[in-house]
Ligand binder design. Structure first.
Ligand code: ADP
Ligand code: 5GP
Length: 438
């Protein structure tokens, strides 16, 4: 018999949608089905109704108490819904996730959007009632609200449904058994995700040095640059590129998992910072160079994942240029970070892992020439013209080239896994090479 474990690592699932759509039904189903899922009990100013129990359905509080909790920063999100206030405890959510449990929130649409801002890895599920008339029937048959309140809730549904585009999933809650299957499927798929989640501990049983480098980076300072940079034309527009920052984030996490003391220097991208890693946010190539210069002392490896913009406007205009008529921009090169650091004494000790995104034929020989030109010990080359690899994708594949002429092909995988393989391979190479990691 199949013994698929029903235990998931901590994920945050937010179930939202109009009142009466079926959120509570689906949220309670998850908690009953998955032993490690916990339901978040909200605080509300509305009064207890019917069979509700304080501390199980809600924490029912007076206005003044809600106000105090707001002032104390108690809520990760809160909203006024149908004239009453509701909020979710920040501390409870953080503690529960940190304990490896999953958290299920049953909240309104405004609250869901606030949660996504604080926890970008949260999964937003929109519960869509099949039609206004069915929604009305459900609100009436639930028998918890007066006709006036039912009318208000129906009216509010229109505005709430207009936010559906900000959600990750939707469930058309028509046939209940289908909806229950769907919410289970979403939960199971999301808890099996590798992106943004720690690798499952069982991975270590299959040759941990391939994934984690056996702590081979312990005690080493590693600087990882990541993301795009921006070069401003005026105060509104900029020149940049399609880098998502996912690969750089994966590299920072992989070196962290390998025991390194990682400094993560990232251009603007909207991912959350890798946990337990010192993160420095920059905007332009010059700012990235300055940050690397400040941090380079004591570093043993500089990982140049960032897609630094090569060009910038020769001058930045004040304010916002008027549209119309067309413009010609005078462009100049941005500083080459490695070339600019050449005279820095700290660079003598520091090895470089470069990255090259190549298009077209002869990609390997161009990448190899780039590695030598940059004085890098290693270079990861991926192809921009290969589906599923490169910029704005979750996956990657390519070749790691070493300055002794050898290379390793890295098969297609999530950026997280590809980053772990590169970090482990880089660690092994520098050790075997009599490098600095002894
Ligand atoms: P919400 O939490 O979104 O306000 P509930 O989960 O309380 O909604 O559901 C509203 C009412 O509709 C409840 O009486 C519930 O039992 C019922 N219900 C939920 N889903 C369905 C469905 N698919 N088919 C029929 N009734 C449903
Ligand atoms: P009810 O009063 O019917 O229990 O809930 C009314 C609405 O408030 C529902 O849409 C419910 O999901 C939402 N709600 C419940 N708790 C919270 C919360 O903590 N935060 C937010 N933003 N909405 C909540």
């Amino acid at each position: 018999m199949c013994s698929e474990p029903r235990i998931a690592p901590g994920i945050l699932v937010v179930i939202a949608g109009p009142s009466g759509a079926g959120k509570t039904t689906l949220a309670h189903h998850l908690v009953k089905t998955f032993p490690d899922a916990r339901f978040s009990v909200s605080t509300t100013t509305r009064s207890l109704r019917g069979e509700e129990v304080h501390g199980e359905d809600y924490f029912f509080v007076e206005d003044a108490e809600f106000e105090q909790r707001l002032a104390d920063g108690y809520f990760v999100e809160w909203a006024e819904v149908h004239g009453e206030r509701y909020g979710t405890s920040a501390e409870w959510v953080r503690r529960t996730l940190a304990g490896g449990k999953s958290v299920i929130l049953d909240i309104d649409v405004q609250g869901a959007i606030q949660v996504k801002r604080v926890f970008p890895g949260s999964i937003l599920v929109f519960v869509l009632p099949p039609s206004p008339s069915v929604l009305m029937k459900r609100l009436v048959s639930r028998n918890t609200d007066s006709p006036g309140i039912v009318r208000n809730r129906l009216h509010a549904a229109e505005e709430e449904i207009s936010w559906i585009g900000s959600f990750d999933y939707y469930i058309l809650n028509d046939c209940l058994s289908n909806s229950l299957n769907r919410i289970e499927a979403i939960f199971m798929a999301e808890s099996s995700r590798l992106k943004n989640l720690p690798l499952p501990p069982q991975v270590r049983a299959y040759g941990p040095e391939r994934f984690h480098g056996l702590d081979q980076w312990k005690g080493s300072k590693v600087i990882v640059t990541s993301g795009p940079t921006r070069e401003f034309v005026d105060e509104v527009r900029f020149i940049s590129n399609r880098s998502s920052g996912l690969m750089g984030t994966g590299m920072a996490e992989a070196f962290r998992d390998g025991g390194a003391d990682v400094v993560f220097i990232t251009g603007p991208c909207c991912h959350s910072d890798p946990s337990s890693v010192r993160t420095i946010r920059v905007t332009s190539a010059t700012e990235m160079l300055n940050a690397v210069r400040r941090e380079i002392s004591g570093a043993e490896l500089l990982v140049m994942t960032a897609a630094v913009s090569d060009l910038r406007p020769a001058s930045r205009r004040d304010g916002k240029m008027e549209r119309g008529g067309g413009i010609t921009l005078d462009m100049e090169s941005t500083p080459d970070i490695l070339a600019s650091l050449q005279d820095d004494l700290a660079m003598e000790r520091c090895r470089v892992l470069a990255f090259a995104l190549e298009y077209g034929g002869e990609a390997l020989s161009r990448a190899s020439a780039k590695m030598r030109r940059k004085g890098a010990s290693m270079l990861f080359m991926n192809r921009g013209d290969q589906i599923g690899s490169g910029m704005e994708t979750h996956g990657n594949s390519g070749f790691i080239l070493f300055d002794n002429g050898s290379s390793i092909e890295v098969p297609q995988g999530s950026k997280r896994i590809v980053a772990a393989l590169i970090a482990a391979a880089a660690g092994r190479y520098l050790q075997e090479d009599g490098g600095l990691l002894n």
